[in-house]
Design a protein around this ligand. Structure first.
Ligand SMILES: [Zn+2]
Length: 423
């Protein structure tokens, strides 16, 4: 394919590359090159001309909860632990009903497509059948996803608390089935968080990770009460991070930990050593009064970070909104900690595209050999009244754009229509 338009991406943290009225050439699933002038060898090829629109990398969301797409905007007068009990767990318990799950999953995948999240790593629920259906539908959708069957065998309501051996057996069944039947969707090990998983379950999941070379996702140090709870559950282990590590769940360069707002220096060293990706969820941290991740500090210390929505702690799955919230919370953090410069919107955009995309490999920027995942962005009528540079147009989209501004989506080198058209 050859696309023409205003090409904007952030190949490096803090650096925006703009090609006004440039050319982007793809071969198969990948970007072949980005040019100011179309090279002569492509002169006879058909061109998709997007005119003044922006062509930007699609968003990757490395932390969100698929069933909680139903709970966006609910219950933010509570902190994390009572919020889970009151809203999250009762909603997730309904996913034992496969017909209900199917309806929600289709709407979830359509919604991710709409807001421009074309690669994701999501928690499903504890239910094997529902998790498998999400994997199958994700495969059909054309999006690229990692899906986790959630594991919980303690401190959960009866409807969601699993038998340890059954939890492990169900997980292994999904691992094998997904490897046989799916190409674009994979399983990611998903212990909900330390308080929900016994040592025997964590140990079993660590073994599965080793045997099948699997990625892992979970939560870490989101809220002070949760951190204190983990310390009381595991008094013999020095820190929250080390609990995961003790059971083989910080898998090298294959682990996503959401939040990571309350970490000791030793924990940061360990996370850096294991190449863990920390998913910063600014909206969720604000909605549930969890705190503010010291993002600038983490970045300066060389920790891998990305921006994620954490639906439904986050009130919207639109990653653009999380990019803006990342800048806003970082700015507030700087008021108390002037030694940390706030994160800029260009940096936050990188964290939501290339920063998150690197978990999937060469994804998230328009560099040769990278997967071609892109959104075509048009200004709304109001913004179009004013002349702006492509960079300014992108900034405006991140702060107040929505799916109505997204004119087209490409994933893995092909145009991606709405996955499950409404009938
Ligand atoms: Zn979460």
């Amino acid at each position: 394919m050859i696309l023409h338009g205003n090409i904007v991406h952030a190949p490096v943290l803090g650096e925006l590359e703009v090609r006004t009225q440039g050319w982007l050439v793809t071969e198969g699933e990948q970007v072949a090159g980005v040019y100011d002038t179309l090279p002569p060898q492509y002169a006879d090829q058909p061109v998709t001309d997007w005119g003044d629109a922006l062509i930007i990398p699609a968003f990757c969301d490395l932390h969100l909860h698929a069933p909680q797409i139903l709970n966006r905007g609910i219950g933010y007068d509570k902190e994390l632990l009572p919020w889970l009990e009151t809203y999250t767990f009762p909603t997730e318990a309904r996913f034992g009903d496969c017909a209900f799950a199917e309806r929600v999953w289709k709407a979830f995948l359509n919604h991710l497509w709409a807001v421009g999240t074309l690669r994701f790593s999501a928690f499903a629920t504890v239910h094997k059948e529902a998790a498998w259906r999400l994997m199958e539908l994700s495969e059909q959708s054309g999006l690229r996803g990692l899906v986790g069957k959630v594991n919980m065998d303690r401190n959960a309501p009866d409807a969601l608390r699993e038998d340890t051996d059954a939890s492990l057996a169900d997980t292994e069944e999904l691992i094998c089935r997904s490897r046989e039947e799916l190409r674009r969707t994979g399983l990611i090990l998903t212990p909900r968080f330390v308080p929900s998983t016994t040592e025997r379950l964590m140990e079993g999941l660590g073994r599965l990770g080793e045997r099948y070379h699997l990625p892992v996702q979970s939560h870490l140090a989101e809220n002070p009460s949760e951190v204190a709870w983990v310390a009381s559950l595991h008094p013999d282990i020095p820190s929250y991070t080390e609990v995961y590590d003790r059971f083989g769940l910080l898998r090298q360069n294959q682990t996503i930990m959401a939040h990571a707002s309350y970490l000791s220096e030793a924990e940061k060293c360990l996370l850096q050593e294991r190449g863990v990706t920390l998913a910063h969820c600014a909206l969720s941290n604000t909605n549930l009064s969890s705190g503010i991740m010291p993002l600038r500090h983490h970045l300066e210390q060389g920790l891998r970070c990305c921006v994620a929505s954490d639906v439904a702690g986050g009130n919207t799955a639109a990653v653009a909104a999380s990019v803006a919230a990342t800048v806003q919370t970082s700015t507030l953090h700087t008021l108390r900690h002037p030694e940390h410069a706030p994160v800029s919107w260009v940096e936050a955009f990188w964290l939501a595209t290339r920063g998150a995309g690197q978990f999937f490999g060469d994804v998230g920027a328009f560099l040769p050999g990278y997967a071609f995942d892109a959104l075509v962005i048009r200004p709304d009528r109001l913004d179009a009244l004013m002349e702006r540079t492509p960079a300014e147009r992108l900034e405006q989209f991140l702060y107040h754009g929505d799916d109505r501004n997204i004119a087209a989506r490409y994933c893995g080198g092909t145009f991606l229509p709405m996955p499950f058209p409404l009938t």
